[in-house]
Ligand binder design. Structure first.
Ligand code: TRP
Ligand code: ZN
Length: 862
């Protein structure tokens, strides 16, 4: 029965190799919206032209649409038909005007794709295939059109009407309505279309471009949120200046608007001239946003702004090319963030994110290359692989070319493909020609999935040292055999006795399965520093001893490599502890003491360096993940670090003690080390730890300190825990974004009863699956809490599966993104694996399951 259901449900697979040019082009489109939350009329006029010689009718995508009328060249026709959801219009000549009319109900749109209502605001989300839920259209990114948009709406409810491009005209109409017209002079694919109607106010600014044009900027929010928009506006101006300086890219319209909405499936969207944001990536003030939020806001504002060139001016030919815009744009926003603050800390955070999200994806059932070969639902491919590994691939090309040639190559790319829908291959060719390099073998990064492994062994005899390198690329679904790849590895040797560099940094391009590098005339024992700056997104195994790693953590001159050496030392220690039940914590304690005492280091870096690897990253190193053993090994090391370095943590805590809030790198670093130190003081079991945390919680003048203290208290079992959780709730119960933190902090807690607490929170009156931020804050966070989610009873799996099934009915995209933690069953013991599979099977067998969730759950069973 279940099998029969699965078979009849199996949806259509789209393949990259099946790409064909569109039959019909749409150089111009005029959209006329009569906006109303219950019934919005959409009248669309397409000017269509036959592309090449063929006899195919015009085929327009639709989803949930009924054509109320179809006209060709101004005359109503009746020879149109429906093929499934597609509207088919037979056309004889080479160019026609085609008009359609539909009615949609934004207030009933819970998927948040197409035109929907968020709070009192009407807004759109069209990437990847939401435009077909608004009107009939060839919904594919290689159909570029000039848009004219007219909106009519009730003036009292929707006083502000925004769309892409420039405002052209506005006026009053009868019945308390008003209208506005916007024209976008730049041809664009329909996934970049946007409109917004609402009762909004703007934080306005302006920017003068490098050629002296004035651009009017607006960050649009509901009136009470206006005071929280300065940081985003500032970040926007910095981004505009940065893209001119670093890439020579100037903004091209007279206005640039950003709108913040509370209900949004993703972070934000780069619609031409009208970015729409998840409000969590716009709104900030010290009382409600953490330093992490401030940084993320700047990064996402930059990301969406940078898409104006990498994504909009040059767009994607088809959705298999998604990484063309996303990988490149993430690389660009990472470079921007690195230039604003500490480059080293930024790189550490990028790599931590890659290892937390992308490495597991690459090692699991949903592994795919950065340019996939097939998909059922494209929304499932907005992944850490496409975005973050994609960014690493661009970074490697930038490393291989060097800064000048990389800039020449991006100039060539933008100049050659401006106004077109391009491919990843176009980008690589631009890199080759602009940089004068051959990237034939490098292209494997686009087609092969899986994280390459490099083993590096250093041996010394007398004055000579050899570094032997070996690479392997693991099999992934559909790709059993892999070819060796090009791995750019930055390496250097340091003298163990003097601590001095024994050579300049070298960039080795490992292309073969094996290679050997020889160093001569060495006068002392060398220690190998490799993959410096994380020059290649690979897993490196070395024959370095704990002593070598401790040495590098103190002496390497690349801050990332110092961090990395410390992490490796901690990881080796914890893995051994899990395997043997005990281990000598001494080397880690000494290395952490050393780092804490190094006055030349800035506190933000120190705070990153002394943090232990996460439970799940420790699990990733093991053949079979043992959640309980990992948790206890890690807690034991934390406790020892807390006790042995008690004086150092106290000093770090006091040294960084409350000053008035300021958003500067130094103040951020002080807050970071303070909360990290507080965590270690609590881990030590110090009698006053809860009091200290509660005092920080109560006295904080900013959310970073307050949430840091709340986290420490929520993990513990002091009577002050309840007071903090309740106090936080009372103080912020009207602020959705802060309530998300309240749910998330409890879902991530390290307590024994977290699963039970989360089940209770799912029945809390403030919990709702209808808001993606809220769903992710509780369900998403819980499912990455390794120990709690993998509770031996299987209750965590059952709970998450229940939530996914319920959410799938409302919002398939968001539901499908919650599947991957259940899909990691192969990494666990047979008992857990069977329970995880059973939940996946239950999900797949659910009647009426979306193709989003079907694709992720069914692939996860393989
Ligand atoms: N292009 C957007 C970005 O990376 C991604 C995005 C926004 C998206 N909204 C979405 C992806 C909805 C899938 C579904 O900035
Ligand atoms: Zn993007």
């Amino acid at each position: 029965m279940a099998d029969a259901q699965i078979a009849t449900q199996t949806p259509h697979v789209t393949r990259r190799e099946d790409y064909r040019e569109p039959d019909w082009l749409v150089p111009d489109i005029a959209l006329d919206f009569d906006l109303d939350p219950a019934a919005t009329r959409v009248r669309t006029t397409l000017s269509v032209t036959r592309n090449g010689s063929h006899a195919h009718p015009l085929r327009l995508d639709g989803e949930g649409l009924t054509a109320l009328s179809v006209k060709v060249d101004g005359v109503a026709v009746s020879d149109w038909s429906m093929d499934g959801e597609d509207l088919i219009v037979p056309l004889s000549g080479g160019a026609h005007s085609v008009e359609t009319e539909v009615e949609i109900a934004p207030e009933r749109n819970t998927q948040l794709m197409g035109l929907y209502a968020s709070g009192g605001i009407l807004c759109t989300q069209c990437e990847a295939q939401g435009f077909r839920r608004i009107t009939f259209f060839p919904d594919r990114p290689d159909v570029l059109s000039k848009y004219k948009v007219r909106m009519t709406a009730d003036k009292a409810r929707y006083p502000v009407l925004l769309a892409n491009g420039d405002p052209i005209a506005q006026g009053e109409s009868e019945g308390g309505k008003h209208w506005a017209e916007w024209h976008d002079p730049f041809p664009k694919p329909c996934y970049l279309f946007a409109l917004v109607a609402g009762d909004l106010v703007a934080n306005r600014g302006s920017f003068t471009t490098m050629s002296g044009r004035d651009v009017q900027l607006g960050i649009w929010v509901r009136a009470p949120d206006l005071p929280k928009t300065d940081h985003a506006l500032h970040a926007l101006k910095l981004s505009m200046a940065w893209d001119e300086q670093v890439y020579g890219r100037e903004y091209d319209l007279d206005v640039f608007n950003i709108v913040a909405v509370d209900d949004f499936n993703f972070g934000a969207m780069e619609n031409k001239g009208l970015n729409v944001f998840n409000s969590r990536y716009i709104l900030a003030d010290p009382d409600t946003a953490t330093d992490y939020d401030y940084d993320a806001i700047a990064a996402v504002v930059a990301h969406e702004y940078f898409h104006n060139w990498s994504g909009n001016r040059v767009t994607c030919r088809d959705w298999f090319q998604l990484s063309l815009k996303e990988g490149f744009t993430v690389f660009r926003d990472q470079s921007f963030s690195a230039d604003q603050g500490s480059a080293a800390v930024n790189r550490i955070e990028d790599v931590r994110g890659l290892r937390a999200a992308q490495f597991p994806e690459d090692a699991g059932p949903l592994a795919h290359p950065i340019r996939p070969d097939e998909y059922i639902e494209i929304s499932n491919f907005y992944t850490a692989t496409i975005y973050n590994k994609g960014a690493e691939v661009i970074r490697m090309m930038a490393t291989i070319l060097g800064p000048e040639k990389f800039r020449a190559a991006t100039d060539l790319y933008f100049q050659r493909f401006d106004g077109t829908a391009a491919t990843c291959e176009d980008f690589v060719q631009s890199m080759e020609q602009g940089g004068g390099v051959d990237l034939s073998q490098f292209r494997l990064w686009y087609s092969q999935a899986g994280t390459p492994r490099v083993s590096a062994t250093l041996t010394r005899d007398g004055g000579r040292a050899r570094v032997k390198l070996r690479q392997t690329v693991p099999p992934t679904p559909g790709q059993p055999d892999k070819a060796p790849m090009v791995l750019p590895l930055k390496l250097k040797l340091f003298g163990e006795f003097t601590g001095r560099a024994m050579c300049d940094e070298q960039l080795v391009l490992l292309k073969d399965p094996e290679a050997e590098i020889v160093f001569e005339n060495l006068t002392e024992q060398p220690v190998l520093s490799i993959n410096r700056g994380f020059s290649a997104p690979v897993i490196v195994e070395t024959n370095r001893t704990p002593k070598d790693l401790a040495f590098l953590s103190a002496h390497d001159d690349d801050p990332f490599a110092r961090y990395e050496a410390m992490q490796q030392l901690m990881l080796d220690t914890l893995v051994e502890s899990v395997a043997n039940g005990s281990v000598d914590h001494g080397p880690v304690i000494d290395a952490v003491r050393n780092t804490l005492g190094d006055t030349a280091l800035d506190s933000a870096f120190v705070a990153e360096a002394v943090l232990l690897p996460s439970d799940s990253f420790i699990g990733d190193q093991m053949a079979v993940v043992e959640p309980e053993a990992i948790f206890h090994a890690r807690e034991a090391l934390r406790a020892d670090l807390g006790r042995e370095l008690a004086a150092e943590w106290r000093a770090a805590y006091e040294g960084a003690r409350a000053n008035r809030f300021e958003y500067s790198p130094a103040a951020k670093g002080a807050r970071r080390i303070r909360t990290v130190a507080l965590g270690y003081i609590a881990a030590s079991g110090a009698a006053d730890a809860a009091d200290l945390a509660f005092a920080q919680f109560e006295g904080a003048d900013n959310m970073t300190d307050r949430q840091g203290a709340l986290t420490t208290l929520a993990n513990g079992s002091s009577p002050l825990r309840e007071a903090a959780i309740e106090g936080f709730y009372r103080r912020y119960s009207a602020n959705a974004l802060v309530l998300d933190k309240w749910f998330q902090t409890q879902a991530l807690a390290t307590r024994d009863d977290t699963a039970q607490i989360v089940e209770t929170l799912a029945r809390h009156p403030d919990f709702t699956l209808a808001n993606p931020n809220r769903a992710r804050a509780l369900i998403g966070a819980f499912s990455v809490n390794q120990r709690a989610f993998h509770d031996l009873s299987g209750r965590g799996y059952r709970f998450v599966a229940d939530q996914i099934i319920a959410l799938d009915k409302l919002n398939p995209q968001t539901a499908a993104r919650l599947i991957p933690p259940l899909g990691r069953w192969k990494r666990f013991d047979a008992g857990r694996a069977a329970k995880m599979r059973a939940e996946l099977e239950r999900i797949v067998a659910t009647p009426g399951l979306s193709k989003d969730t079907f694709e992720q759950a069914s692939k996860s069973l393989d």
